[in-house]
Design a protein. Structure first.
Length: 411
């Protein structure tokens, strides 16, 4: 019978349980088990998405037992009691030099002890993830429901917007091309988020999802920037040409691809983590996503102000009272805020329970962004609204005729 090993070391793994069934029945002779504790290496610390424990435990059996163990080996690690930290059991995968979780189960033994259940043997540790999301549970559930409902509705609206400016010939235009590309980028990001964001079990797949999500998000912002530029040029009566269209395509799809490729191949290990398929929080996320987004938001704010000033100066509103001018400006701001991505500022301001209001603003505005885009680009556009009303009326008349013919047949 293999023993239970105990370590009375401050810092650390302190107990290992190895069942006799880890040795396959077909093996005979003498087996050796080696258990060691070593200080976590600089490489292991550097390639960790969250701080690992100071010491790492290594366990091996000779002769080597390949494949999944019949019964798990159990490791216990002591941690300091901290409600803001989430502990996750991991093992060191040498070939990719990364901490992984497959074949390892995490159980909370008590407030200061983590129980790691492993079905293979190597070097083990515990990652301490700082729980930045201190939003109360009830609010997390509400925000999650709003997000999924809003994104589902937005997805339908975005598909309808895309079809409006691509499938209906009368709405083919330069501006319609921009609307269609913005819709496509948002459709991709919405689908990837809804169906892949939490698929963190498969590391390579999770990395691919994080890459695609990073690209589609940045592409969406770049097309929002193009929307801002086009809106500003329209308000200033600038003419567009074929070269403008090529430039917009390069900005919308090319520039985010360059950013994402450079980011991915420089720090690939930060794409996808133990909880979700996105870039791990830290400085890299700020440089690879936060700064480009903030730059685009800043440019769009400047464009929004310029467009608002232009609207105020238009002769149709030049003779109105100051109050009416303010109303015109406010209407333009409300229309442009969701379309140009400025509402993402709420996302940067929402951190914990003290800023819960910003979390709701962020989720509502951005989850229903597709609805806003459909409303302002389709429903609020007289010709598009008239086209859909005619289609609706024709459908209603056709359905009524079918019902009348069915009734007449029975008579």
């Amino acid at each position: 019978k293999l023993p239970k090993l105990n370590f009375d070391t401050s810092g650390y793994p302190y107990r290992v349980e190895v069942p006799i069934l880890v040795i396959p029945n077909q093996f005979t002779g003498r087996f050796r088990m080696a258990v060691g504790i070593y200080r976590t290496t600089p490489l292991q610390i550097q390639n960790s998405v969250s701080p690992p424990l100071k010491y790492t435990l290594s366990c091996a059996i000779s002769p080597y037992v390949a494949g999944k163990l019949q019964e798990p080996v159990i490791f216990y690690f002591r941690i300091e009691e901290n409600s803001k930290v989430k502990a996750i059991c991991v093992y060191w995968k040498r070939d990719i030099e990364s901490w992984e979780t497959d074949g390892v189960v995490t159980e909370i033994f008590n407030s200061t002890t983590i129980k790691c259940i492993a079905y293979h043997l190597t070097s083990f540790s515990v990652l301490l993830q700082l729980n930045n999301n201190t939003i109360p549970g009830i609010h997390q559930q509400i925000l999650s429901i709003i997000t999924r409902v809003g994104l589902s509705i937005s997805l339908a609206c975005l598909i309808l917007t895309f079809l409006t400016f691509t499938a209906i010939r009368r709405f083919h235009s330069f501006r319609g091309m921009v609307h269609a590309n913005l819709s496509v980028s948002l459709i991709i990001s919405t689908c990837v988020f809804l169906f892949g964001f939490e698929n963190s079990n498969n590391k390579p797949l999770c990395q691919a999802i994080a890459f695609l999500l990073h690209y589609s998000f940045l592409a969406s912002f770049c097309w929002m920037l193009v929307e801002g530029v086009v809106t500003f040029k329209m308000s200033s009566f600038w003419l567009e040409n074929i070269y403008s269209a090529v430039g917009y395509l390069i900005i919308g799809w090319g520039s985010p691809l360059i950013i994402v490729l450079v980011a991915f191949f420089s720090r690939r290990e930060l794409y996808g983590n133990l909880q979700y398929c996105w870039i791990t929080q830290g400085e890299f996320l700020l440089y690879a996503f936060g700064i480009p987004v903030l730059v685009i938001i800043a440019i769009n704010i400047i464009l929004m102000i310029r467009v608002t000033k232009t609207l105020i100066g238009i002769r149709a509103v030049a003779n109105k009272t100051n109050l009416q001018k303010v109303k015109v400006s406010l209407r333009a701001i409300v229309a442009l805020l969701p379309l140009l991505g400025v509402t993402w500022i709420f996302g940067f301001l929402s951190n914990d329970s003290s800023t819960i209001a910003f979390s709701y603003f962020f989720v509502v505005f951005n989850s229903f962004q597709g609805v806003f885009i459909f409303y302002f680009h389709c429903f609020n556009y007289k010709d598009v609204r008239k086209y859909y009303m005619n289609c609706f009326n024709k459908s209603r008349i056709a359905i009524s005729s079918m019902k009348n013919s069915d009734t007449g047949g029975y008579n």
